[in-house]
Design a protein around this ligand. Structure first.
Ligand code: PMP
Length: 408
């Protein structure tokens, strides 16, 4: 008799469009930082659906809000206002100092809005020659044709006839940005830390230099906080650390805590760049999504999750530093901020190949780039759970290390 999980996997193979090559495990429920598969096996979730489930799975307050809002109002239309969208826009602006919020359904959509905003801003000013965007190698901004035109990894772009007018330069390289700058540049877009690109931080002063360059050339400065926002790095927004003000930012992932919500936040300067009727979506700003995001923000406050990300993230980094010291043949470095942390493996190791071994230990982690094992746990994770995850990772790394030494 096939197990419930085997039965589901057999159907998945035939019916699900397999664009992500998922691991052969089917999840049916979650609680906090734990997930349970169709055979009721427990896993410790230290990736939170790539930094999405910020308040953990099935948080009671979030579940209650979603149930109540579903019973009150789920959707109207963007041709009318709804109370939850107004409150969410106000709340996001109040917390971040931005002037207005455009509400959408994903990180891709938030970045697509940034791109359209930048080009339409200059079109509105009669500067039709300003449409080029500077983005970075290894950046990830999403997979719609607009967003993927800014994404910097060739494998995501190949074969799709991706529209042009985006110049990619090495991340962290101010001189390269200077060289790429010109009177036709509408915007520079960057992640505060490259997430998919390998939990890769920018050198100190990089964002201040980008801001200055954009000001000097009259271009907009855009920041993608989709992976880093909502407390992930130990600050509500990652870029707060640098004290640099972008003209607009993209948010998603952790904002909905597992529910699809995205937002573009804009300053006054570009608030009218997309005049009414020029951009929108059916579901963007729907009351169920907005009530969910508001609930996530309340939980982030009530449980002091931003501060928690800072202290627990520091503890995690210490544990991984120790691992690097213990197994220098397998591990090169640990890096990251708050609860967005990566373990860089030595040349020759492939992070994606190591993941199934960790999964066998009952722990879920994800890769970032080719050689980085990424931690992006729910912000409600405990230090004990992080230690459990690192202990499992240690067993796997010890085996890799022994295998490499055996082969040498
Ligand atoms: N920007 C960044 C920085 C991301 O990490 C991601 C998702 N990994 C996206 C955009 C795309 O977001 P979504 O998958 O919600 O469209």
């Amino acid at each position: 008799m096939p197990s419930p999980q085997e039965e589901l996997l057999e159907i998945a193979k035939r019916r699900l469009y397999g664009n992500y090559r998922p691991a052969p495990v089917v999840f049916v429920r979650g609680q906090g930082c734990e997930l349970f598969d169709a055979n009721d096996q427990r896993y410790l979730d230290l990736c939170a659906g790539v930094a999405v489930c910020s308040v953990g799975h099935a948080h009671p307050a979030l579940v209650k809000t979603i149930a109540e809002q579903a019973g009150r109002l789920m959707h109207v239309s963007n041709y009318f206002y709804n109370d939850q969208a107004i409150r969410l826009a106000d709340e996001l602006c109040r917390r971040t100092g931005f002037a207005q919020a455009f509400l959408c359904n994903s990180g891709t959509e938030a970045n697509e809005a940034l791109l359209k905003l930048a080009r339409r801003h200059f079109y509105g000013l009669g500067q039709t020659g300003r449409a080029r965007v500077i983005a970075f190698d290894n950046a990830f901004h999403g997979r719609s044709l607009g967003a993927v035109s800014m994404t910097g990894t060739p494998k995501y772009r190949e074969g799709f006839g991706v529209p042009g007018n985006v110049t990619h330069v090495p991340y962290g390289d101010v001189e390269a940005v200077k060289k790429a700058m010109g009177p036709d540049v509408a915007a520079v877009i960057a992640e505060p830390i490259q997430g998919e690109g390998g939990v890769f931080p920018a050198p100190a002063g990089f964002f201040a230099s980008l801001r200055a360059l954009c000001d000097e050339h009259g271009a907009l400065f855009l920041i993608d906080e989709v992976q880093t926002g909502i407390g992930r790095t130990g600050r509500f927004l990652a870029l707060e650390k640098d004290g640099v003000r972008p003209d607009a930012i993209a948010l998603a992932k952790g904002l909905g805590g597992g529910f699809p919500v995205g937002a573009m936040l804009t300053t006054e300067k570009v608030a009218n760049a997309l005049p009414p009727g020029t951009h929108g979506s059916t579901f963007g700003g729907n009351p169920l999504a907005c009530a969910t995001a508001l609930s996530v923000l309340r939980i982030v406050d009530d449980e002091k999750l931003v501060e928690g990300a800072r202290t627990k993230g520091a503890a995690l980094l210490r544990m991984l530093d120790e691992l690097v010291r213990e197994f220098p043949n397998a591990c090169e470095a640990a890096r990251g901020e708050g609860l967005l942390v990566g373990l860089l493996l030595r040349e020759g190791f492939v992070a994606r190949d190591v993941l199934p071994l960790i999964q066998r230990e009952g722990v879920l982690l994800i890769a970032a780039g080719d050689r980085v094992i990424r931690f992006a746990p729910p912000l409600v994770v405990t230090e004990a759970q992080l230690a459990e995850g690192v202990a499992a990772l240690r067993r796997v790394v010890a085996a890799l290390d022994a295998a490499r030494r055996g082969a040498a």
